[in-house]
Design a protein around this ligand. Structure first.
Ligand SMILES: NC(=O)c1ccc[n+]([C@@H]2O[C@H](COP(=O)([O-])OP(=O)(O)OC[C@H]3O[C@@H](n4cnc5c(N)ncnc54)[C@H](OP(=O)(O)O)[C@@H]3O)[C@@H](O)[C@H]2O)c1
Length: 353
């Protein structure tokens, strides 16, 4: 199953709206006779790739797969039929697929046909890998990742309206890889005014366009800011207060002329659901302090990446969550690795739901 998970992850960022799935076929002698993964939506499912590779050696073999096999016709055919046709005698799936047209029915169909089915091997790892897919299926909202560079005293900038270099070159490269794996990047209006970021994924391979999002309630950012330059690789969206859109139609028009779509949303929750409707299944929030706080207070942060630099900026500088106490008790699976002169810390965030 770990090998199947390894294969699944090879398609990181490329399968949306589908999950990442890997599969391995092991014959009765314990020999791997086929393996593969789902490369992107519309391409064959992992089970089919692995079974094709195995050919007749799949007869009587065990199929390890990171997600319950599908039993419906989508853009490709049902995997359950293909598994039965190949003569697989046992299927081990890491976790069930909550997608309503599968959701336990894939397992039932295989069992009714006499295949032994086991569920739950490496389930936590499989659910973590497909956290965004599961979030969309189970809670109908995108998976939200918050990333920030902070000093040792938890500051993200020296002053609100000025850019401050905090992390080093190694963290910048790793940030580009993180950006390559998500569907959208969001910042607040303050960050656009202070830093004028492009929010593109550079020097990395990206399979799909990247949506750039600015939370700009009152439409105060300049339509000439670099983020609205759509030629750079994906749509640009401004999330605005519906009342501001009515009050300032000329501002809405200027953004439209700059190629940006203005989307009305009064709360972060409404905003992320509107972004999901535009294909953003994983949203990376990249600052600043006010937007961090607002997402945190809305309980919309699911994973946290903190780059901690060996510097201090002092109490007058801009704090990570805009004055909110850092809620460490909400974090689990905390890991931290050196990244050039900085530490790169990852954590999952848990809310009491
Ligand atoms: N170190 C890092 O990783 C990092 C990353 C990014 C930015 N920064 C730094 O952070 C500073 C900017 O932070 P900031 O707090 O001033 O600005 P910000 O969080 O980038 O933007 C805040 C602005 O966004 C608007 N906004 C729209 N929707 C919002 C919502 N749902 N929640 C909160 N705000 C919303 C606010 O509008 P209203 O005025 O109507 O409230 C406010 O004007 C800059 O100095 C920048 O360099 C550091």
């Amino acid at each position: 199953m770990r090998r199947a998970l390894f294969h699944a992850e090879r398609a990181l960022g490329a399968t949306v709206p589908n999950p990442m799935v890997g599969a391995v076929v092991v014959d009765r002698a314990g020999v791997v006779v086929g393996q593969g993964f789902h490369e992107r939506a519309g391409q064959p499912h992992a089970e089919v790739v692995a079974l094709d590779a195995a050919g007749p050696r799949a007869h009587g073999a065990t199929l390890y797969v990171t997600l319950e096999p599908c039993c419906h016709v989508g853009r490709t055919g049902p995997c359950t039929k293909r598994i039965l046709a190949a003569g697989i005698s046992r299927v081990v799936a890491a976790t069930l697929d909550p997608f309503p047209r599968v959701s336990g029915q894939g397992v039932r169909e295989l069992r009714e046909a006499g295949v032994v089915v086991e569920i739950g091997l490496e389930e936590a790892a499989a659910r973590r890998l497909n956290a965004a897919y599961l979030m969309v299926q189970e809670r109908q909202r995108p998976f939200v990742v918050l990333k920030a560079a902070t000093t040792r005293d938890g500051r993200i900038a020296a002053m609100r309206d000025q850019p401050t270099a905090i992390s080093g070159a190694a963290a910048a490269r790793r940030t580009q890889r993180l950006r390559a794996s998500v569907d959208g990047i969001a910042v607040g209006a303050g960050t656009v005014c202070a830093d004028d970021p492009r929010l593109t994924a550079r020097d990395v391979v990206r399979a799909r366009p990247l949506t750039r999002v600015v939370f700009d309630r009152a439409l105060v950012t300049s339509p000439r800011a670099r983020v609205y330059d759509s030629a750079a690789g994906g749509p640009a969206i401004v999330v605005a207060d519906p009342a501001a859109m009515v009050a300032y139609p000329e501002r809405v028009e200027r953004f439209a002329q700059a190629g940006a779509d203005v989307v009305p949303a009064a709360t972060p929750d409404a905003a992320v659901r509107a972004l999901l409707a535009r294909g953003v299944h994983t949203l990376l929030v990249e600052g600043g302090a006010a937007l961090h706080r607002s997402f945190w207070e809305a309980e919309l942060v699911d994973r946290l990446h903190l780059i901690v630099a060996p510097a201090r900026l002092g109490g007058a500088a801009v704090p990570l969550f805009d004055g909110l106490a850092v809620p460490w008790s909400r974090l689990s699976r905390v890991t931290s690795v050196p990244c050039g002169p900085d530490m790169w810390m990852d954590a999952d965030v848990h809310w009491d739901r």
